[in-house]
Design a protein around this ligand. Structure first.
Ligand code: UDP
Ligand code: MG
Length: 322
């Protein structure tokens, strides 16, 4: 019964060069957490920051021992930093959140309410993307539509990593062995009893976004290729269509040649056909390569991340899966 009245809540924050927001973030999040429970932890994953983020985290821990620090050996990217934090979280409910206050901490109140009402996963859904700029909005929309169509589980539109997850969801998540981490897809794949809360996403309080165009593009590819094998099947259909069309075209040529004689100026159409099909070939190979590459990464069985130091959590409390 202690869980219902005084649950242990873990907040997991990946941080990469966030020196400007560390203090405001802790102020906002502890205010919310203290109103909800007496036992909470804030797991900060320092993702290879090159600024004063780590010293600031250590100073903050001096004031509040519920702040725990996992210092990764280098920058691994948000997805992996988040995975590391989830591995170390011990709460009955776990909430991944961004450090820049774009995920409003007050929303955790509503999430906890829905969790108490029986939801295993409470997803924060953005009602508008007004603060994102035209390009990011359009590309994000396009991505969700393509990914939603292609994968079996679908990825909820306008939901980020900000959500509350029950302990049983976290345990299921930790049992997933794959190395290519696309958290939104993984969260959707897990299922469980889901609920939503909505919010409108504010601007970053300070600092700049860590996502550049190229990184977002790679992220989108990761999402599609690690969550569906449908692009592989496209080639079956393509091959089928071409093998139907090619004999028909051959027949046409034969008939035409026998009536009109040898067609010398056929050079243009030949070259067009060659170029078109070698282009298709290369695209097909590229898609195969995407999957082979992923298989390669998986079979290497490297650890997902390396921890340089932990402060406030035992390093071996639960070893990340081999
Ligand atoms: N982040 C991280 N490692 C990275 C990039 C980002 O841990 O390589 C963290 C960052 O510190 C922040 C969160 O991921 O807490 C979201 O990043 P950001 O605000 O830059 O993304 P955006 O909100 O623009 O999508
Ligand atoms: Mg942000």
């Amino acid at each position: 019964m202690t869980m219902a009245t005084n649950p242990m809540i873990s907040v997991v924050v990946p941080m990469y060069n966030e020196e400007e927001v560390v203090e405001v973030f802790f102020e906002a999040i502890t205010k919310v957490l203290r109103s909800l429970t007496t036992s909470y932890e804030i797991i900060c994953v320092n993702d290879g920051s090159t600024d004063m983020t780590l010293p600031k985290l250590i100073a903050a821990r001096g004031a509040d021992p519920a702040i725990k620090i996992i210092d990764l050996s280098r920058n691994f990217g948000k997805e992996i930093a988040l995975t590391a934090g989830l591995d170390f979280a011990t709460g009955d409910a776990v909430v991944p959140i961004d450090a820049d206050l774009q995920d409003p901490p007050e929303l955790i109140n509503e999430m906890v309410e829905k969790w108490r009402d029986g939801a295993d996963m409470v997803i924060a859904v953005r009602t508008d993307r007004g603060t994102d700029g035209w390009f990011k909005r359009t590309s994000a929309n396009l991505f969700y539509r393509v990914a939603g169509r292609l994968s079996d589980t679908g990825i909820p539109n306008n939901a980020g990593d900000f959500r509350l997850m029950d302990r049983k969801v976290i345990d299921a998540l930790k049992a997933l062995p794959e190395r290519t981490r696309f958290m939104k897809g993984i969260f959707a794949w897990l299922g469980f009893k889901q609920a939503e809360v909505t919010y409108s996403r504010p601007e970053r309080v300070a600092g700049t976004t860590k996502w550049k165009f190229w990184k977002l593009w790679n992220f989108a590819l990761e999402g599609i290729f690690s969550f569906t094998t449908l692009p592989l099947r496209i080639w079956t259909y393509m091959g089928f269509a071409i093998s139907v069309i090619a004999p028909a075209y051959a027949l046409f040529i034969i008939v035409r040649t026998s009536f009109l004689g040898i067609d010398v100026p056929g050079y243009a159409s030949t070259i067009v056909v060659i170029l078109f099909f070698s282009g298709l070939n290369m695209l097909g190979l590229g898609i195969l390569g995407e999957y082979v590459g992923r298989v390669f990464v998986e079979v290497k069985r490297r650890p997902l991340y390396l921890v340089r130091e932990t402060i406030g959590v035992e390093l071996n409390h639960e070893k990340p899966k081999p």
